[in-house]
Design a protein around this ligand. Structure first.
Ligand SMILES: Cc1cc2nc3c(=O)[nH]c(=O)nc-3n(C[C@H](O)[C@H](O)[C@H](O)COP(=O)(O)O)c2cc1C
Length: 211
């Protein structure tokens, strides 16, 4: 399992080559078998290919430009200006990807409305479930030598894409899938002692069982 985890990289260069339906089905199946809070399975996967992909990217670019120009109804203000180039880059990557899967949070809260605290907390659980589904899909893709890119830069065109998707629920992410011929070097990870903190240890009488 760790092998697939290490091998998975964010792929930003895709060959113009289709993914066989059988592989795609298995990737989606991996997503469907993720754990979810109360088995709610709060997701829907919308698979974008061909001409739909072009229409989607057009919509994404329009949304990004709206942010770049700082238009009044743009979602991200000045604070996020520095992320615009990366959003444009992501749009270019999505433009190349033979398959893009939009992951909808079917129970998602409308971000333009206020919601009670309990609903926010429950949404956190749904987002964790959805993230597990996304990672399952990326790992199954890796297992089949298919590259993937998990993207949230699509949020720069949140309203535009939501309208284009005309789908209930809220957009959680878009994942690009496809083959690549580029080797991508892993980015460093923080050292274990920086991110892991142990508190307590097993009782002494258990320690023999570890020998
Ligand atoms: C929630 C989430 C959102 C991300 N959004 C984007 C994105 O919009 N564009 C992009 O190029 N990469 C995106 N990434 C990929 C990260 O940049 C990448 O996972 C990170 O740099 C580590 O590299 P690795 O995936 O190759 O290990 C996203 C990853 C996650 C988990």
């Amino acid at each position: 399992m760790l092998e697939a985890i290490y091998k998975r990289r964010s792929i930003r260069h895709f060959l113009q080559k289709p993914i066989p339906q059988e592989d795609l089905n298995q990737i989606l199946e991996a997503g469907m078998w993720a754990p979810s809070e109360k088995n709610a399975q709060p997701w829907k996967f919308i698979v974008i290919r061909g001409a739909e992909r072009k229409a989607m990217v057009k919509c994404l670019k329009e949304g990004i430009m709206k942010n770049r120009k700082g238009e009044e109804n743009a979602i991200f203000g000045k604070k996020y200006e520095k992320f615009i180039p990366s959003a444009i880059y992501t749009a270019r990557v999505l433009e190349q990807a033979p398959v893009i899967v939009f992951v909808m949070n079917t129970k998602g809260l409308n971000y333009r409305e206020d919601h009670p605290k309990d609903e926010y907390l429950m949404e956190l659980a749904d987002i964790q479930s959805i993230s597990a589904a996304i990672q399952n899909m990326c790992l199954e893709a890796t297992n089949r030598n298919i590259g993937s890119l998990w993207t949230c830069n699509v949020f720069f065109a949140y309203d535009e894409l939501k309208e284009w998707l005309h789908e209930d629920g809220e957009m959680a992410a878009a994942i690009a899938f496809g083959y690549t011929d580029k080797e991508v070097r892993p980015l460093p990870r923080k050292p274990m002692d920086q991110v892991v903190e142990y508190r307590g240890d097993y009782p002494d009488e258990w320690k023999d069982m570890l020998k």
